[in-house]
Write a protein that binds this ligand. Structure first.
Ligand code: MG
Length: 427
């Protein structure tokens, strides 16, 4: 029986699908991530569970669409008192009975008030990082290790990426004799783009490229340090992003960006896994998957039982990763805030909501089904609805069922009220 794998999930913030060389990027240099992909498995059709920071993180940690927990709408702002409900089973909570030590190192953004804070209340043994994005207040470095009190100190802004990686290696070393889980939630390349001042950066993609190249350099160091600690073969390392790119960055061949509507650019993100000797090397899969799948996948790898009454939206993708199986998903839903904005199947995609100027358009009202052959036309440029009326009818029926199931969940929570404009980000 092999030992339970250590798991490190590196999640960049607002990194685009098209930024990495292994996913087709040609401007930013990412040799270490490209090597990680070559030595592991890369998903081409992997989706964040939302096109924004807060809901995507809620989905990743719980395996459930964030509309279930009042976190689908926008990101949490400092004046708000929303947070990840304590009733939710998170990855660290699920892995704890299997003997795992867990750390959140980096950005939280799932509630900074009252019962929701600090992240340790959600199962993490150690938290070191920031409560929000690094362009929001309070901007301070918080730490809580076990029962020790929460501490707060100034942030060394240019060193954030380097510090997050260093703390991850320290946690791995301190827990090298038992299984561990780290969510390494980077703040880069979300704006502001602040370079580490310890090196001369010269990315042809400017400051955005520099901070991505710094991430890449640190990924290489992390892999080397895990090897030096004798943990390389026992540690599953994953690289992904929380959503598509914002003002800069490339969404690759996909349409739109972070925070827009049902087109892929806001949701489709890199997903690379590496564990030498365990994860097949040099494999590229187009199986559709989502960050909702991490909790059930990790639970099975850890031999952790999940509550039988827990209704998950994610599925165990271990058979896809380790055995080359087809996706377990019949469909993946893409939400724009609380609305079902698109349905992706392995072969097709139906987009039902789009933004135009300041309008959010329900395309169904115009009887204008946007059906895309997502394999042949990944940029979602040409609707083939008139050629495939049967597929349109099937996906419209699934869309109706998904709306009827998920959208009433919004009514279980108080209406979302936009925080005062003075505190609104960005203004
Ligand atoms: Mg983000």
């Amino acid at each position: 029986m092999p030992r339970k794998p250590n798991i490190i999930v590196i999640m960049a913030d607002d990194l685009g699908y098209g930024d990495l060389g292994c996913d087709g990027g040609t401007i930013i240099r990412t040799p270490n991530l490209d090597r990680m992909a070559a030595e592991g498995t890369r998903f081409t059709d992997f989706y964040a569970s939302a096109n924004l920071c807060t809901p995507s993180r809620a989905g990743l940690l719980t395996g459930r669409y964030p509309v279930r927990m009042n976190l689908a709408h926008e990101v949490i702002q400092s004046p708000e008192d929303r947070g990840l409900p304590l009733s939710e089973l998170t990855i660290p909570k699920a892995l704890k009975p299997a003997g795992y030590a867990s750390a959140l190192i980096g950005k939280w953004h799932l509630g900074h008030r009252g019962q929701y804070w600090p992240p340790n209340v959600h199962g993490f043994d150690v938290f070191k990082g920031l409560p929000y994005s690094h362009d929001m207040q309070p901007l301070a470095w918080f730490e809580k290790d076990g029962d020790a009190p929460l501490t707060e100190s100034p942030v060394d802004f240019p060193k954030l990426t380097q510090t997050f990686f260093r703390e991850t290696v320290a946690f791995a070393e301190a827990n090298r004799d038992k299984p561990f889980f780290v969510l390494l939630a980077l703040t880069a390349p979300h704006v502001p783009l602040v370079r580490n001042d310890d090196a001369a950066w010269d990315s042809p993609a400017g400051a955005y490229g520099d901070v991505v190249e710094e991430i890449d350099r640190n990924v290489g160091l992390l892999l080397d340090q895990l090897k030096a600690l004798g943990l390389e073969d026992d540690t599953l390392v994953i690289f992904t992003s929380d959503n598509g790119p914002w003002f800069e960055g490339s969404s690759g061949p996909f349409r739109e960006r972070k925070g827009q509507s049902g087109f892929d650019g806001g949701y489709r993100v890199p997903f690379i896994l590496r564990q030498p000797g365990t994860v097949p090397a040099g494999v590229v899969t187009d199986a559709i998957a989502s960050n909702l799948d991490l909790l059930p996948t990790f639970a099975r790898l850890a031999g952790a039982d999940l509550p039988p009454d827990l209704e998950l939206d994610g599925k165990d993708i271990g058979p896809v990763i380790f055995d080359g199986a087809a996706t377990p998903h019949e469909q993946i839903l893409l939400f724009d805030n609380t609305r079902v904005a698109a349905i992706r199947t392995q072969a097709w995609k139906l987009v039902t909501r789009a933004h135009y100027r300041s309008l959010q358009i329900n395309l169904g009202r115009f009887n204008y089904p946007l059906l895309f052959d997502i394999v042949r036309d990944p940029g979602e440029n040409y609707s083939v609805a008139s050629l495939h009326p049967d597929v349109v009818e099937d996906l419209k029926a699934r869309h109706k069922a998904a709306r009827e199931k998920y959208e009433p969940m919004v009514d279980l929570f108080p209406p979302w009220v936009r925080p005062p404009i003075a505190d609104w980000h960005p203004d």
